[in-house]
Each structure stands twice: as C-alpha cells, then as structure tokens.
Design a protein. Structure first.
Length: 134
C-alpha cells in the first residue's frame, strides 16, 4: 500500500469511527438537559407545522403543458401530479385551460381540462384568445 493511500484509508477510518461514536452517544441518551445551554433549559422547542392545505385546481396526474390548446402545439414543460394551478381561462370549447406557466410567472401555458381537478370549467372562466400555429 502506498503512503498516500494508507493515509486516505486512515482518514476515512477515523471519520467512520467518529460518526459511530456520535450516533451511539445520541441514541444512548447521554446527551440530556445537562448538555443544553443554561439559558435554553425549560424552553419549549419551536414547532414547525406544514402550511394549511390550499383549495383550488390541481393537476390530476403528471401533465404536459403546451404553448397552445392542442397536442399539435409544442410542449413547454411538465407539471407533477397535485401541482397547484393559477387558471387564467379556457379555450372556446372548454376542453383546454390556460394556466400561468411556469407558476407565478405571468406567462401562459395550456393543459387539457381533463387533467385538472378542483375547478368547474363552465361559463365562469373567460375565453382566452389562442395564438394560431403558423
């Protein structure tokens, strides 16, 4: 074994031993209140909670976002299942929805309405002008 490789081996071995000792100390309960700073004893730890669930339209499955309301238009990208959507409107037939894509960007992309849940694609949505393919 060359001197360089034996040095690297010893360094890795010492790191593994240190990690094992730290794990044993933590799991054995040796670190208790005595290890806390004096000013922190008796304080409650902050509880981090998830934000409340949002209501509104989400993608029902992984969905391809297109530049227009048809599979003839090129894809802009994809959205994962459960992605929250900012719906800007619908096409004339109501089969495609105009959304903000990327989210909160002010740019527009299109998703099939069948891939979206949590929205009524009725008269309440405005019809968005479609830029025809050239």
């Amino acid at each position: 074994m060359s001197p360089i490789s034996s040095f690297a081996f010893l360094r890795l071995l010492s790191l593994a031993v240190a990690a094992t000792v730290a794990l044993l100390v933590v799991s054995s309960g040796l670190l208790t209140e005595a290890a806390e700073p004096e000013h922190r004893r008796g304080e409650q730890a902050a509880v981090i909670t998830a934000p409340p669930p949002r209501d509104g339209p989400v993608t029902a499955a992984v969905s391809i976002v297109r530049i227009g309301p048809s599979e003839d238009y090129p894809a802009l990208g994809t959205l994962p299942a459960g992605a929250f959507l900012e719906v800007l409107g619908r096409d004339q037939t109501g089969t495609w929805l105009a959304i903000s894509f990327p989210p909160n960007s002010g740019f527009r992309g299109w998703l099939p309405a069948s891939r979206v849940i949590g929205i009524d694609v009725g008269a309440a949505l405005q019809v968005v002008e479609v830029v025809p393919l050239r």
